[in-house]
Design a protein around this ligand. Structure first.
Ligand SMILES: C[S@@+](CC[C@H](N)C(=O)[O-])C[C@H]1O[C@@H](n2cnc3c(N)ncnc32)[C@H](O)[C@@H]1O
Length: 265
């Protein structure tokens, strides 16, 4: 896997190598702790964060973000989602520039690293720098670059990636369409998107309450994706049991429509 990042950076805020410490185990009492100096210099708190994103960041910086990888493992979300990459329901073959937006603790990033082509460059991006530190510690691979960024204003040029994953982030945005527009913007024409989000189903509503986010309606999301120039290709399920009970969230593979024909982006 190449260490050379070829994605053109636009005002990127790369997590500096020098930052290793996320103040655990004291995070519970220090949710308002400002970032280390070099992360701050990399763009934190320069006016790009709005109130909503600051409250989301605080949520994930704290103990809930710290236990997230364990919860993801217990719910089998990490193990079951690997099948999509293994069985090429979400096909990474040929993708050279891959982005994981809202990478959290690297739950999906680790699959990208394992199943992407050797030549691919992978970038993990998250609003919460504490999550990036956790991801970097868990994934432990130099091939992944970690960047602080907000889905509402991704710090990448148009058409920078031929593959994007975005797991359980959209429900945190005040305006879903804004996030979809950004995902479509950074994708190349024909680029692939794996989108996972909380559904307005009974389990989803419960999850949304617990994580202080929203639960989205599948039909509404489908319509919004279409408007953003994202073509809904295939509904995915963590397992047959999830499919039977329609639980686990909205998991879908999409494709970026051509800019020439769609008039989007
Ligand atoms: C539930 S975790 C999902 C982690 C991983 N993607 C997964 O599929 O398990 C949500 C992550 O999205 C991040 N996040 C929330 N809002 C975001 C935004 N507007 N831009 C970027 N990341 C965001 C949070 O900091 C958190 O790390």
């Amino acid at each position: 896997m190449s260490l050379q990042l070829r994605v053109p950076p636009t005002n990127q805020r790369v997590l500096p190598e020098s930052v290793e410490h996320d103040f655990e185990p004291g995070l519970r009492d220090r949710e308002h702790t400002p970032p280390p100096r070099d992360v701050a210099d990399a763009g934190w708190g320069n006016g790009w964060e709005t109130d909503f994103s600051e409250s989301v960041r605080r949520l994930y910086a704290g103990y809930r973000g710290a236990v997230l990888p364990t919860l993801s493992a217990l719910s089998l979300h990490v193990a079951l989602s690997e099948r999509w990459f293994q069985q090429r329901e979400f096909d990474l073959r040929g993708a050279r520039r891959i982005l994981d937006v809202g990478c959290g603790a690297g739950q999906l990033t680790q699959h990208l690293l394992k199943h992407a082509d050797r030549e691919a460059t992978i970038m993990g991006c998250d609003l919460t720098w504490e999550m990036l530190l956790r991801a970097r510690r868990r994934v432990r691979h130099d091939a992944v670059q970690w960047v602080v960024g907000n889905l509402t204003h991704l710090p990448f040029d148009e058409a920078s990636f031929d593959c994007v994953t975005c797991g359980f982030v959209l429900e945190h945005l005040p305006d879903v369409r804004r996030g979809l527009h950004e995902l479509a913007r950074v994708l190349t024409d024909g680029g692939r998107l794996l989108l996972l989000t909380t559904e307005d189903h009974w389990t989803g509503r419960w999850t949304a309450r617990a994580w202080n986010c929203r639960a989205l309606n599948r039909q509404e999301l489908r319509r919004q994706c279409q408007e953003a120039g994202l073509v809904w290709k295939q509904d995915l399920w963590f397992s047959e049991v999830h499919r039977w009970f329609a639980v686990g969230g909205i998991c879908v593979s999409l494709e970026r429509a051509s800019r020439c024909h769609s008039g989007n982006g």
